[in-house]
Design a protein around this ligand. Sequence first.
Ligand code: HEC
Ligand code: HEC
Length: 326
Amino acid sequence: MKKLFKIIGLALATVLFLAVCAAAFVQVRGIPNYDPPKLPAQKVAITPERVLQGEKIAMSMCADCHLDKKTGGLTGRHVDDLPAEFGKLYSANITQHPEMGIGNWTDEELIGLFRTGIGRDGRFRVVMPTFVHMADEDIYSIVAFLRSDNPLVRPQAVASHPQEPSFLAKALTHTVMKPTPLPTKPISVPPATDQVKLGRYLVTARYLCYDCHSQDFKTNNIMEPEKSGGYLGGGNRFVTKTGQTILSRNLTPDPETGIGDWSEQQFVQAVKYGQSPTGPLQAPMPKFSVISDEEAKAMYAYLKTIPAIKNATPEDGAAANPVASR
Ligand code: HEC
Ligand code: HEC
């Protein structure tokens, strides 16, 4: 018996020792570095169509994090709508300034970052989503927009703020928040005639609705979005401008807690203009006002086909303080 206790004691001590070592490793090593992605040298042709499409994507997908209202450009800001558990994270200056922005990045370096999350210096960019399933043409359009004469990206000498990640954020970059692989084959946008397929593309690849609208960033599955915990059932936590916690909402076809009882028109209103049948929607829900009605309708058609999840959020009458109820 005594011997058994000794063995258990030793085993516990070993586990504790390993846990301390792992924590020290994460704390010291911080956010990991990787080999920068290797893409062939390329020059994205800047066409008016691409600049227009890139502007649409950037207004929907980049401006909320990168726009500083004071500079009127994509000069970066404190991303303060994430829960405090991630620490203080700052988006970067992505204007054309050669030193302080991305003026000196090559097209392949930009594309490599968008696909994998790894910068030209090998540093993994935290929080910034990776666009691993985005169509090649959409990626080229973002690059064309960043190179365009749009006032949002005109060179501005504003230094990017260094990151102040929490221990949790650092630990996550060693476990779940990892770089994504470069695509192995060409990716194209599904045709508008296949509404459900196009909708799935918009929700999982271009506008990444699932990223915010599933249960928790920590249980999202970037490679296979449908395998994310509570896929599109809402409940992911954010912080509003006034410091209140809000939850993303249930977009599955459950009639009581999801959008099963919504009309197509109600959905378009909510997504494009932030008007839900229950009232105006707050940030960080982006206003996708520049997307077309066809795109919003395609997303509605797709969302009607996914498995329903019963998950009530505050507007359905669930506890208003989700942190306390966890
Ligand atoms: C959720 C917020 C968020 C969104 C959305 C986002 N970014 Fe970022 N981005 C960041 C943060 C934070 C960093 C800095 C990360 C770091 O330094 O570790 C960053 C860094 C970058 C960088 C690297 C700049 C540098 O000098 O290191 C580029 C380029 C970039 N973002 C472009 C984009 C584009 C283009 C989009 C839209 C397609 C976009 N981002 C969407 C948060 C975001
Ligand atoms: C940055 C995170 C984020 C992204 C990206 C995002 N949402 Fe949201 N969304 C939210 C939050 C948070 C709310 C709740 C807002 C509130 O409570 O006022 C919300 C609310 C909604 C609602 C209202 C639902 C209801 O029951 O009232 C709809 C519809 C919606 N989002 C659709 C979408 C679609 C479609 C996309 C992608 C095109 C998307 N969202 C992308 C965070 C996000």
